[in-house]
Design a protein around this ligand. Sequence first.
Ligand code: NDP
Length: 336
Amino acid sequence: MTGKRLGWGIIGASKIASEWLIPAINAAADSEVVAVLSSDAGRAEAFARANGIGAHYADAKAFLADPNVDVVYVSTTNERHVHDTLSAAAAGKHILCEKPMALTAEDARSMLDACEKAAVVLGINHHMRCMETHLAIREILQAGTLGNIVLARVFFGVELPAEAKRWRAHDASIGAGVIFDLTVHDADLLRFLFGNEIGSVVCLTGSTGSTSAGIEDTTMLVVKMKSGLLVEVVESFNTPHAHTGLEIHGTKGSLIAEDVLLQNGGGKVFIEAGGNRKQVPIDTVSPYLRVVRDFNAAVKGEGKPAASGIDGYKSLVAALCAQESSNTGRVVDIPQ
Ligand code: NDP
C-alpha cells in the first residue's frame, strides 16, 4: 500500500461522518474518502455531493466490491453496526466502527471473531482517548503527580441537539438512551486513563422528559475499578447549561478538567495542590484526526487503532452491566 492513499468508504450517510470523520480522513496525509453507501439512493447521492465523495451506492454488494475501498467506516445507527461490520469483514475490508460496537455482547463477540478470521483491522471510534486533554491527564496519572488516587468523578451532562434525537431519544430497538450513547464512552475513558479494568458497577437511571417513555436521559453510576478506585459517573442528555468535566483526587494533588467530554478538541486541565492551581497547557487538535491516523497506521502494519475491537467490546459489556444494574437494583460485577 506504500505510496497509495488508503481509500475509505463510509457506510451510513450520518452526521458524525460529515461533521467529523470525513474532514479527518481527508486531512490525514495517507487517506481519502472515496465512496459512501446509504440505504437510500437519494440520500447517498446528496451526501456524496455535499461531502465531495466520488462514488455513491445504495447497493451494499456494489459498494463492498469497489476496489478503491480499503477501509470501511461504519457510522450507521447502533443496531446496524453488527450487520455492516460482518459484511465488510467478509469482503476483506478493514473496519472502523462507531460506538456502541453493538447492542449485545454476543453480537460484539461475533464482530471480533469475523474480523480476526478475515485478518482485517477492527477499531472502535472511542475518540476521547485521542483528545489532547485525556492524553495529558493519562501522562499526569502515570507520572504519579497526584500521589495515590483516592476517588474520581466524571460529569458528562450535555443537551442532545434536535437532529440527534431522531432515533437516540426515542427508539429502544436502535439502542436509544444515555447508556448506549454516553456510558460506553465513559467506560472506555476510565479504562484508558487508569490503565485498569472496571470491576463492578451500580447504576440508577432517570427520565426527565427529553426522551420517550422508558428511555433514560439521565444516569448516575458508581464504578469500582479492579484496583478498588471508586468513580462517580453522571450523564445526561438534558443539561443544556452544564459544562462537562472530570475530577481526579489524589493524596498529593487534585486534577480538575473542564469541557473535556466533547467532540472537538480543547478543554482545560488544572492541577491543584497546597492551595495553588496550575493550568496544564493543551493543544487544540481534532481527536478524530488522531483516530484516523492511528487507524491508517494499523492498516499499514505500523501500529494499532486507538481503541481496538476488544476495547469496544469491554466498553459495551460495562454499559450493559450498568443497564442490568439499573433494571435489577443490584451491583453488577463485570465479567472479565
Ligand atoms: P445520524 O442520525 O446522523 O445517522 C445515522 C444513520 O441514519 C445514517 O447512517 C443514515 O443511514 C440514517 N439517516 C441519516 N439521515 C437520515 C434521515 N434524515 N432520515 C432517515 N435516516 C437517516 O447519526 P449520528 O451521526 O448521530 O450517529 C451515527 C453513529 O455514530 C451512532 O452509532 C452513534 O452512536 C455514533 N456517534 C459517535 C460519536 C463519536 O464521537 N464517536 C459521535 C456521534 C455519533 P443510511 O443513509 O444508511 O440510511
